[in-house]
Ligand binder design. Sequence first.
Ligand code: FES
Ligand code: FES
Length: 153
Amino acid sequence: MLTLTVNGMKKEVDVDPGTPLLWVLRDNLGITSVKYTCGIAECGMCTVLIGGEARRSCAIAAGDVQGSAITTIEGLADDHPVKVAWIEQQVPQCGYCQPGIMLQTVDFLSRVPSPSEAQIGEAMDNVICRCGSHPRMKKAIAQAAVLTASQGG
Ligand code: FES
Ligand code: FES
């Protein structure tokens, strides 16, 4: 039995500790916003925050993150600057990639609060959106940075 802390709540799951966190979140806890695509830590669809750091849940054993704070998109407040900017910029098309990329953005802005256009571009280089929403994502990231600064960081 593993005990995981997901979006501030303790959850007990009866799984092998080596099970990828992705499958525990989706299959055991029903959090299907965490998406599976490549399964080899390449695409970013399965990204969650572990202790505030963006990590690819397909490549993390659930047993290794007991005791860490795990955050999925449901754990971000509705008025979080990233959510607000994403809505204002109407970023998603099909939506499949968006939760993971939004969570990666939260981590990115925590490390680079006033990013340049080039830094935003680099940060988005390692995530895949099959719908081509990158131009709107980049605008939303810039807006989220401004919103975060206006809220005092
Ligand atoms: S499914 Fe995890 S990075 Fe692609
Ligand atoms: S919005 Fe469709 S994959 Fe990104």
